[in-house]
Design a protein around this ligand. Structure first.
Ligand SMILES: NC(=O)c1ccc[n+]([C@@H]2O[C@H](COP(=O)([O-])OP(=O)(O)OC[C@H]3O[C@@H](n4cnc5c(N)ncnc54)[C@H](O)[C@@H]3O)[C@@H](O)[C@H]2O)c1
Length: 299
């Protein structure tokens, strides 16, 4: 069994730490939020997620899961470190990477032996290369490390079952051996594993969320047209959903997409496209339709 550190004990980090420890690994989870760590040491969950409290309790009691604010303790004898810090929207819609930067610097300063650094935060394409540069520049003395992207696809409210039974695991790295080692960690999840390069893995996460948001905006636009033409959008969606090429998920007309990921991820992808001189026509329309839908529902 492996020794793993997880950085950031929010939704993704706490679930990752609890699930990997339940699979038999030894996991130390580190956060800069002292209150959060003190609460976890007392068995208090910072978030509500079905089954999480029991999972954490079981693995803490078994000695497989510990919490700390010390990177030094967390990285001692550690082979794998997962970055799971937040990447909120910046002022122009770009992903704000200040927490990722700070986590990368702290890893660099506290790592004591060769390490695989796995990024689970949703980050713009190219961030893996940037994290590698930050770590190299901030290390007091050179120690080998390899960066792997492993985007997370869990949904809040179903986080543990999504983590334990994913539809796929995506891994991206320029170092095949490092990606293979991370793949080994995920084998007990028995899901297909896609191994690709860093940038492609980072893009798979954004493209997946943007596609689901597009489906939601699409059915909402159809709902508006249905309303004008006297058709029932619920039945339209049900009728469409039987076609496996379309699928029934994310085809429910309503308020539009929201939550902690879709709005920021669609914006961040559109920002990345614009930065590279592409006009993200579909993404812009998806965001416009989503905004109008909310106004429509307030009428
Ligand atoms: N929440 C979801 O449903 C979900 C799903 C898939 C992917 N993601 C992505 O995963 C990432 C994390 O999301 P989340 O919802 O878990 O965030 P969160 O805000 O719930 O948790 C982030 C945690 O990181 C900690 N942190 C910040 N800087 C730190 C540092 N330098 N060192 C140690 N800890 C630090 C914070 O104190 C906090 O506890 C984001 O990029 C998000 O887009 C989230």
């Amino acid at each position: 069994m492996r020794k793993i550190s997880v950085i950031g004990v929010g939704y993704v980090g706490l679930v990752t730490a609890a699930c990997f420890s339940d699979l038999g690994n030894t996991v130390t989870a580190v956060d800069v939020d002292e209150k959060r760590i003190a609460g976890l040491k007392r068995g208090e969950m910072p978030i509500y997620e079905p089954g999480l409290e029991e999972l954490v309790k079981r693995n803490v009691e078994a000695g497989r899961l510990t919490f700390t604010t010390s990177y030094k303790k967390a990285l001692k004898d550690c082979e794998f470190v997962f970055i799971c810090v937040g990447t909120p929207s910046g002022v122009d819609g770009e992903a704000d990477l200040k927490y990722v930067e700070s986590a990368a610097k702290s890893i660099a300063k506290n790592m004591q032996a060769a390490l695989i650094v796995i990024n689970k935060s949703t980050v713009p394409v190219g961030t893996g290369d940037w994290v590698a540069e930050i770590i190299s520049a901030a290390q007091p003395k050179p120690i080998d490390f390899w960066v792997v992207s492993c985007p997370e696809f869990l949904r809040e409210g179903a986080a543990i079952s999504d983590f334990m039974s994913p539809h796929r695991t995506v891994l991206g790295s320029l170092h095949r051996e490092a990606a293979d080692k991370v793949a080994q960690l995920h084998l007990p999840l028995r899901a297909p594993i896609v191994i690709t390069d860093l940038r492609t893995a980072e893009m798979i996460k954004y493209a997946s969320n943007a596609f689901l948001a597009t489906k939601i905006s699409f059915i909402n636009e159809i709902a508006d047209i249905c309303e004008s033409l006297g058709a029932d959008v619920k039945e339209v969606a049900a009728g469409m959903g039987f076609d496996p090429r379309i699928g029934k998920h994310f085809l429910e007309a309503g308020l539009g997409y929201g939550g902690s990921c879709f709005p920021k991820d669609v914006k961040a992808l559109a920002f990345m496209a614009q930065e590279m001189g592409h006009e993200p026509r579909i993404l812009n329309s998806v965001m416009t339709v989503n905004g109008l839908r909310r106004q429509h529902d307030r009428r």
